[in-house]
Design a protein around this ligand. Structure first.
Ligand code: BG6
Length: 471
């Protein structure tokens, strides 16, 4: 659709930026914090671990001041479960509550809306030792933790995100949060974990509505539209297979309280379906999200399965690199898009496509909670970080976002990854995403000075003009 006139960004649009606790805070064992699965993971020898990260725990005031200077209307961050309840259940750590209260107050002081992710990959290790998400009791632990969050922060926080990228945790289990020496769970085990997380999410959404009358809550998934490699109908079927299994299955349950039919047939055929107790589906049907949060980085291009082992590609996968699955789909190349140096497809138009699909399927407000480009930014003389590629990336995505708004999609905010440099999940400190540079390297913490990148000034202008500056 080509329009003569674009709709404006809504007046209350949440111009924001994101981080997560373990990637930004540091202070991994301070003030009573318990160990999480992330603290217990092996790190690739050549990349930073998460112990100090960007030291946001100690420098949050300085950071929030910079966010305010950039003009942020919202800051999406996650709460570390292990700061609040160090062993996952039981004893509450008042220091943890105090820290997040202070952070939230600091944000509100500058009229920055806090958007809180309740769980971003960092399950308490004490729970992992009891079976983690494979143990049905973890559902109650999560609900107990949620209760503490709603009670402590519910009067100040309006936007809540339940679980970050549950689909990444289930579909790329080896890539995130597998503690030293632990085996990667089997697919059957993963789909059981998935079921328990879905129940925990449903109960938490209900609880939020009960405890925080003004609160709004939703899931935050990594959602990616899929293209068929050609107009061969078999390619289109394969793209639809993978889109349903990777994306819609998770959202269908969150919104409608039922598994996606196609994805469930796939699970049954392979003997992967979870054990579902009487009453589980009722719990899921009763709950409802107020909005859908999506993390969008790339699209994927998909070809028909040849139903042999060659369907699965040999390269290592991460959350944006599709591997293929025998009998389901093959990963294919898209000649019309570029890739980052990490192999992630850059596809701004794909964002419009993804937003249209999510809107059409669920008809709920959409909040973009991640989008961005990782790069080894360079600090030049006179404190300049010339990240024109980031400006270009975000500008093109925002243009498509505005087109999606013009298409009629209700997008309520945009929180790119990341507000400030953080430790990347896979590539340490060498792959930066922030608008604010942190002066450290992989292993040399230097002075951790904060320096504004060129994208900081650009984003500030965009926010100030409520998006007019894009044109
Ligand atoms: C998202 C995660 O999938 O991608 C973030 O929610 C992560 O935690 C981001 O940092 C970028 O991925 P990476 O691997 O480049 O850090």
């Amino acid at each position: 659709m080509i329009y003569n006139k674009l709709r404006k960004f809504p007046k209350e649009f949440l111009w924001g930026a994101s981080t997560s606790a373990y990637q930004v805070e540091g202070a991994w064992d301070e003030d009573g914090k318990g160990l999480s699965v992330i603290d217990m993971c092996d790190h690739p020898e050549k990349t930073a671990d998460f112990k100090v990260a960007s030291d946001h725990y100690h420098r949050y005031k300085e950071d929030v001041k910079l966010f305010a200077e950039m003009g942020l209307k919202a800051y999406r961050f996650s709460i570390a479960w292990t700061r609040i309840i160090p062993q996952g259940t039981g004893q509450i750590n008042e220091k943890g509550i105090e820290y997040y209260n202070d952070l939230i107050d600091e944000l509100l002081k500058y009229n920055i809306e806090p958007i809180v992710t309740m769980f971003h990959f960092d399950l308490p290790y004490a729970l992992e030792e009891k079976g983690g998400w494979g143990n049905r009791e973890t559902i109650d632990a999560f609900v107990e933790y949620s209760k503490v969050l709603f009670k402590s922060f519910g009067s100040k926080v309006k936007y809540w995100l339940t679980i970050n990228e549950q689909n990444t945790m289930i579909l790329h289990p080896g890539a995130i949060g597998t503690p030293k020496g632990s085996a990667v769970p089997t697919k059957k085990e993963l789909y059981q974990q998935n079921h328990y997380m879905l129940l925990a999410q449903a109960k938490t959404m209900d609880l939020c509505h009960e405890m925080c009358p003004k609160g709004k809550i939703g899931p935050a998934l990594n959602i990616t539209a899929m293209y068929p490699e050609t107009c061969n109908p078999e390619d289109a079927i394969a793209a639809h297979n993978w889109e349903s299994i990777r994306c819609w299955n998770f959202l269908d349950i969150a919104v409608h309280g039922r598994y996606n039919n196609l994805a469930y047939s796939y699970l049954v055929e392979r003997g992967l379906e979870p054990s579902i107790l009487d009453g589980d589906i009722d719990i899921m049907k009763k709950a409802h999200p107020d909005f859908i949060a999506i993390n969008y980085y790339s699209t994927a291009t998909i070809a028909a399965s040849e139903n042999n082992a060659s369907d699965v590609s040999a390269r290592a996968g991460d959350q944006q690199i599709m591997l293929g699955e025998q009998g389901v789909y093959r990963s294919a190349e898209n000649p019309y898009v570029e890739k980052t140096k990490y192999g992630w497809v850059v596809d701004p138009v794909g964002l419009r496509m993804t937003l249209r699909k999510v809107c059409e399927r669920y008809d709920l407000p959409i909040l973009i909670t991640e989008n961005g480009i990782g790069a080894p930014d360079v600090l030049e003389e006179k404190n300049v970080i010339n990240d024109g590629y980031r400006i270009d990336f975000i500008k093109k995505h925002l243009e498509q976002l505005q087109l999606a708004i013009t298409d009629g999609v209700n997008v309520i905010g945009y929180c790119p990854w990341s507000a400030i440099d953080v430790v990347s999940t896979h590539q340490g400190y060498g792959k930066r995403y922030g608008f604010i540079y942190v002066d450290r390297t992989e292993f040399d913490l230097k002075d951790m000075r904060r320096i504004k990148k060129n994208s900081f000034y650009w984003y500030k202008n965009v926010i100030e003009s409520n998006g007019e500056q894009l044109h």
